[in-house]
Design a protein around this ligand. Structure first.
Ligand code: CDT
Length: 310
């Protein structure tokens, strides 16, 4: 029996460094209202949606760095998102930089939350795979300092029953690692939400990488098909503070087929009505884990490299 869900992938155009939170939230609210108008059950915002993607530059001043992070969620600035979600009866996914202050000092995470149709947070994920460098690269055109600014997520990959199915979350660079999708699938996720900030050029050389768009779609389409799940991938797109980022926000079926995709590099809502039951169908047939994954024969606990051939 079909289990339909209508999903909105809310691609976000550049967020200037100078744009206040309130103005960013106003843009997100506009996308949320459009999603409501187009019948969405849930609207998916991108990675670190509330600010410019600050890992692209080096920040020495701690107070300045802290200004990119949220210490609470909802916060006064983000409360309208939760209020409107409740008013419209729409769920949402939101990525943001999270600051946790404890006895051991500050912890910083690249985080995403899931919010239900009553405006209540029911899921949180902290990005595990952090790309880039742990130190400034002075000779690079722009930085990729996630290893410097963030701690690796400590909440694991999880899946939550919501919106008529089982929902999972990962963030950006996670999508390039097959174990991300596999662990989420093994936990039962039928649809995975993921936001990304992906430059279309290497940090150390000028010029567009002709493979940036290809690798984006390759990772997500392989992830969906090999794990029998839907993926909703949502970009921060366009030229932000001098860094040009890919778009291609899209909704991909468990067949690996792209059912909807953005055509711009700006704020743009992409909507699809998806049958969550398609994940179950694939998992009972071609991608049946229980029938076909003989992990006891994978040799996972034997030597990593075999002996020298004669
Ligand atoms: N934000 C983020 O994780 N970006 C990375 C850059 C990696 S460069 C190959 C990404 O996977 O898009």
């Amino acid at each position: 029996m079909a289990r339909p869900i209508t999903v909105g992938a809310a691609q976000f155009g550049p967020v200037p460094q100078s744009q206040p939170r309130a103005a960013v939230v106003a843009r997100l609210l506009e996308l949320m209202r459009e999603a409501h108008g187009r019948g969405c059950d849930v609207v998916v915002f991108t990675e670190v949606a509330l600010t410019a993607f600050f890992p692209h530059w080096y920040i020495e001043d701690e107070t300045e760095l802290d200004s990119y992070f949220e210490r609470e969620m909802p916060s006064p600035a983000t409360q309208p998102l939760f209020d409107e979600a409740r008013k419209y009866g729409i769920g949402f996914h939101l990525g943001y930089a999270e600051l946790v202050e404890g006895p051991a000092g500050k912890k910083r995470y690249n985080t995403a939350i899931l919010v239900d149709k009553t405006g209540a947070i029911f899921g949180k994920y902290r990005k595990i795979h952090l790309p880039g460098y742990a130190a400034q690269q002075p000779d690079h055109r722009y930085q990729n300092l996630e290893k410097y600014y963030f701690d690796s997520g400590d909440l694991g990959f999880n899946a939550w029953r919501a919106f008529g199915g089982v929902m999972g979350v990962c963030i950006c660079y996670d999508r390039r690692w097959p174990e991300t999708y596999r662990v989420l699938a093994l936990k039962g996720a039928e649809m995975v939400f993921l936001g990304y900030n992906t430059p279309d050029q290497p940090t150390d050389r000028p010029g567009v990488s002709h493979l940036a768009n290809f690798h984006n779609m390759l990772s997500m389409q392989a992830g969906t098909y090999q794990n029998a799940m839907w993926v909703v991938g949502v970009a921060k797109a366009g030229v932000e503070e001098g860094v040009s980022q890919i778009g291609q926000s899209c909704i991909i079926a468990p067949s690996g087929e792209v059912v909807a995709q953005a055509t711009t590099l700006k704020d743009e809502l992409v909507v699809a009505r998806c049958d969550l039951d398609m994940a179950r169908q694939y998992r009972e047939n071609t991608i049946n884990f229980a029938l076909n994954r003989h992990i006891e024969h994978y040799g996972l606990i034997t030597a990593r490299v075999g002996p020298q051939a004669p």
